[in-house]
Design a protein around this ligand. Structure first.
Ligand SMILES: Cc1ncc(COP(=O)(O)O)c(C=O)c1O
Length: 387
């Protein structure tokens, strides 16, 4: 591994560094336990079961789910969202989604539409990347089975009107799927406001390792949702049919227990600090980032300061890819360039030709790192435009 100094500002992709407690928990599990969960009855297997149920309980508590049985584990946010989308939709359904969605929502929906299985309405966003709740609700009809809305854009950090949409859908038969990839761990989430399905990876703001994610499924749809995969679950092995109950029906195959052990440690730390405190840290980093960037000539900031410490920028006469390469090579500032797996939002932001340069911080980022990153971008711009 490289030991050169790094200013890591790609937290919207995955958080880094992971805490010592997370690393220790994974190490301890691999070295001292190593058993599969949900299968054996020996002591170490019970320990693995304990890790899994601890994470399930902690995730359920964080999103105010009535029961930890509503939480299934998946290998990343994408597979959790696919489990929700493919598990719930049937031929002939209508789906509404915002243009701010990540490709892990847009691509499965696009594919289902291409196969003529569903009808899809995409609702535009404004220049900040925010969808209007009234517009989204106006697209919902009696045939709408699913409304997909991201809690926050991974491109601009813009928070979407989830509460207003949940309220507006209270008397609809359609279900609300919220993608909380960018907010789980730094913003309060309460599924009891009317969220039917909610998916999030564990490896972003909540501080867990890669290979972790969950899907919340509201009890009323436990029977209706179908598993994406079939296979061993460690239960009712004499039967050819998958278990009918959550979460086992959604969890064919062995769980990634060593990653879950790390996530358990991250969630313990999150509980001790509190989501509210992490949110305050994020707000402060967002303010510093946006204030600094706003002062730079030749830099256009897309979106506005939000609770998420994420900013997307465009630099006059410099492609996002070149800017990211220079920042990395000359300053050790690690950002991300391009479309950020969000195919549609750029058409509304004006960044469709080359995407953006995204700077995203996390709770481990310091004010000094933000200042250095902004100064580095300033230097790149000055060098470019002084000729
Ligand atoms: C808004 C959003 N949704 C879904 C995902 C997919 O998560 P994962 O990378 O864990 O598959 C991401 C990841 O960047 C995201 O930002």
């Amino acid at each position: 591994m490289s030991t050169r100094p790094r200013i890591y500002l790609d937290h919207a992709a995955t958080s880094w560094p992971k805490s010592a407690a997370v690393i220790d928990a994974m190490h301890d599990y691999v070295q001292g336990c190593g058993a599969a969960a949900g299968r054996g009855a020996y002591h170490a297997a019970a320990e693995a079961d304990g890790i899994v149920s601890t994470v399930r309980r902690d995730v359920a508590a964080l999103i105010h789910a009535a029961d930890s049985g509503c939480i299934s584990f998946h290998s990343n946010g994408t597979t959790a969202l696919n489990a929700a989308i493919h598990g719930l939709l049937r031929a002939g359904d209508h789906v509404v989604a915002s243009a701010a969605e990540h490709n892990s929502v847009l691509r499965p929906l696009h594919d289902l539409r291409e196969q003529q299985k569903i009808q899809l309405t995409i609702v535009p966003v404004d220049r900040q990347g925010v969808v209007d709740a009234a517009n989204l609700l106006a697209a919902v009809t009696s045939a709408t089975k699913l409304v997909a809305l991201t809690h926050a854009s991974n491109v601009t950090g813009a928070i979407q009107p989830v509460e207003a949409v949940a309220e507006g859908m209270r008397h609809c038969s359609g279900k609300l799927l919220v993608d909380a990839a960018q907010t789980f761990g730094i913003r309060e989430i309460d599924v009891s406001i009317g969220i039917d399905l909610l998916a999030a990876p564990g490896h972003k703001a909540s501080g867990g390792p890669l290979g972790t994610a969950f899907l919340y499924v509201e009890p009323e749809i436990h029977d209706e949702i179908l598993p994406l995969f079939q296979g061993g679950t460690g239960s009712r092995s004499e039967s050819l049919a998958m278990p009918a109950s959550m979460p086992a029906k959604m969890e064919a195959g062995n769980l990634n227990v060593h990653a879950l052990a790390g996530w358990a440690a991250a969630l313990r730390e999150l509980r001790e600090v509190g989501v509210e405190r992490r949110k305050e840290t994020s707000l402060e980093l967002s303010r510093l980032m946006h204030e600094g960037l706003a002062l730079l000539p030749h830099v256009r900031v897309l979106g506005k300061p939000e609770a998420l410490p994420t900013a997307s920028i465009m630099i006059d006469d410099l492609s996002p890819a070149d800017a990211a390469a220079i920042l990395d090579a000359e300053f050790g500032v690690e950002t991300r360039a391009g479309w950020h797996c969000a195919a549609l939002i750029h058409g509304y932001l004006g960044s469709e030709s080359e995407g953006t340069l995204r700077i995203s911080a996390g709770h481990t980022t310091t004010a000094e790192e933000i200042a250095k990153a902004v100064a580095s971008i300033g230097q790149v711009v000055r060098t470019l435009h002084s000729h």
